[in-house]
Design a protein around this ligand. Structure first.
Ligand code: AMP
Ligand code: TRP
Length: 332
């Protein structure tokens, strides 16, 4: 239990260079709601050590971390109301990952679909990519988080983290609680090309802070129901990405109407997207203003990340003291 008596929530996001509408709808937007509600103790981490598992440019990574911090604060992760920090600023993450590697069977990591996808057909695969889920388990366990809000692509990693808790506790005593996943309603936003999930690495995204015109041009071209060849063909909302986004963003009345007008071919896809664009604008206009303000205050963001790391470190230090003692490590 936390000192505040509130459940502790932890989640992480990679500094991939751009927050897109997929990870916003699937994750960050719900985190912001939780921050506004203040019913839980919330810890959010920019997981830079997870972003070095494939070739990258150090200067670029640095810039992406700062950019992601601004994006997240602009989206409502107010550093005064949650703990927002950069993973590598708290060394205990990699320390715990090193120890947890010794309760993690090789076979479990071989089964991870994300590893299989990212390593498929590649000759040059790094150990860090393979052990990625161990570091992710360490992130969560370090804070003894009980709730982990993520998109559905991370559920397998979370199951491994739960398994790690069971194995660790069985061998060394009850130190960690089992973290539960919390999946948002829009847990899987497809890419603009309709080919699998929206993801920066697939180049099928709309960046959240893209200019209005560019945003609309991309949304207008987005894949919908392939059966709707002509305007008069009825559509299938349940398989349409645009409808998934309506459900997350538009009013309940609009969602019902969208379903009806799509299935009866009363509304065409472009009109449907125009209405969705209005729903996006309603939420994004204030976020864009906030983002522009933050661009002008780099010191403020730096300070916030420094304070966040300090808050996180306080918890991490305490957990590692317990872990070392339980494992029989360390002499002093
Ligand atoms: P990442 O940007 O991959 O670090 O993911 C950050 C968070 O966004 C994680 O909780 C992911 O599960 C979630 N996420 C990423 N891409 C999508 C998507 N296309 N749809 C829904 N959620 C997503
Ligand atoms: N692997 C997650 C992703 O790519 C990011 C992440 C790292 C994470 N550590 C975490 C998410 C801990 C939740 C909890 O989306």
């Amino acid at each position: 239990m936390t000192t505040t008596g509130k459940p502790r929530v932890f989640s992480g996001i990679q500094p991939s260079g751009e927050l897109h509408i997929g990870n916003w709808l699937g994750a960050v937007r719900t985190w912001a709601t939780q921050v506004a509600e203040q019913n839980e103790e919330l810890i959010f981490c920019i997981v830079d050590a997870h972003a070095i598992t494939t070739e990258y440019d150090p200067a670029e990574l640095r810039a992406r971390i700062d950019g992601m911090a601004r994006d997240l604060i602009a989206c409502g992760l107010d550093p005064a109301k949650c703990t927002l920090f950069v993973q590598s600023d708290v060394r205990e993450h990699t320390e715990l990952a090193g120890y947890l590697a010794n309760v993690t069977p090789l076979g479990d990591l071989h089964r991870m679909t994300q590893f299989k996808e990212k390593s498929a057909g590649k000759e040059h695969v790094l150990v860090g990519l393979f052990t990625y889920p161990v570091l992710m388990a360490a992130d969560i366990l370090l804070y003894k988080a009980t709730v982990v809000p993520v998109g559905d692509d991370q559920l397998q990693h979370l199951e491994l983290a739960r398994e790690t808790v069971r194995r660790f506790n069985y061998r060394f005593g009850e130190i960690f609680p089992e973290p539960q996943p919390r999946v948002s309603q829009a847990s899987r936003i497809l890419g603009l090309d309709g080919q699998g999930k929206m993801s920066k690495s697939k180049g099928n995204t709309i960046a959240l802070f893209e200019e209005h015109e560019a945003f609309w041009n991309k949304l207008r071209g987005a894949f919908t129901d392939p059966q709707r060849m002509r305007r008069s063909d009825p559509g299938r909302p349940e398989i349409c990405n645009i409808y998934t986004m309506h459900k997350a963003l538009s009013s309940p009345e609009q969602v019902t109407l969208t379903h009806e007008e799509c299935t009866t071919a009363k509304r065409g896809c472009v009109d449907c997207k125009k209405i969705l664009m209005e729903s996006f604008d309603r939420e994004l206009v204030p976020l864009r203003l906030k983002r522009a303000e933050l661009d002008a205050q780099p010191e403020l963001v730096k300070q916030a990340l420094g304070d966040g790391a300090e808050k996180a470190r306080r918890i991490a230090t305490e957990t590692m003291r317990e872990v070392r003692a339980a494992m029989g490590l360390g002499g002093k």
